[in-house]
Design a protein around this ligand. Structure first.
Ligand code: HEC
Length: 119
């Protein structure tokens, strides 16, 4: 009896972790949102907007006085294939977007979130 309780106590953190992403604690949508705004690095929302609609990052003038705009594209309709290709590259080719180190599970959740955003 005692050993059974001990076992449950010892393993419950693992049970907890694996149930985070199913429906018992938070939904995949909520998990995706959390990661989108806090992906162990600068939040995706800071560049792509709160709803993945794309956003202007900066406006600047070149030395010749030409006005330039730097913006991040809309990503709320991006295919899973493309999403995965961009985000799982060991070193992405972007000069602007940082390289992230997200697990497949985390990518699935973020992609789910941005493509199912409640408008
Ligand atoms: C510092 C700004 C910045 C941050 C933060 C950022 N991105 Fe980006 N992202 C960009 C820019 C700019 C591009 C366009 C390609 C380029 O210029 O490098 C891009 C491109 C993409 C693309 C490819 C879109 C397409 O249609 O090809 C995806 C998908 C993407 N970002 C997802 C994300 C996700 C998910 C996060 C968070 C984990 C994130 N980005 C964080 C700036 C950012």
């Amino acid at each position: 009896m005692f050993s059974k309780i001990l076992l449950i106590t010892l393993f419950s953190p693992f049970l907890y972790a694996s149930s985070i992403i199913d429906n018992s604690f938070i939904t995949r949508y909520e998990y995706g949102q959390m990661l989108y705004e806090n992906p162990r690095g600068i939040g995706c929302n800071k560049c792509h907007g709160l709803k993945g609609e794309g956003a202007l990052i900066a406006k600047y003038k070149t030395s010749k006085g030409v006005e330039k705009r730097l913006s991040a594209p809309q990503i709320s309709k991006v295919s899973w294939q493309r999403f995965k290709e961009v985000l799982s590259a060991k070193e992405n080719k972007s000069l602007v977007m940082p390289t992230y180190f997200l697990t497949n599970e985390e990518l699935v959740s973020i992609h789910y979130y941005i493509t199912n955003l409640k408008k």
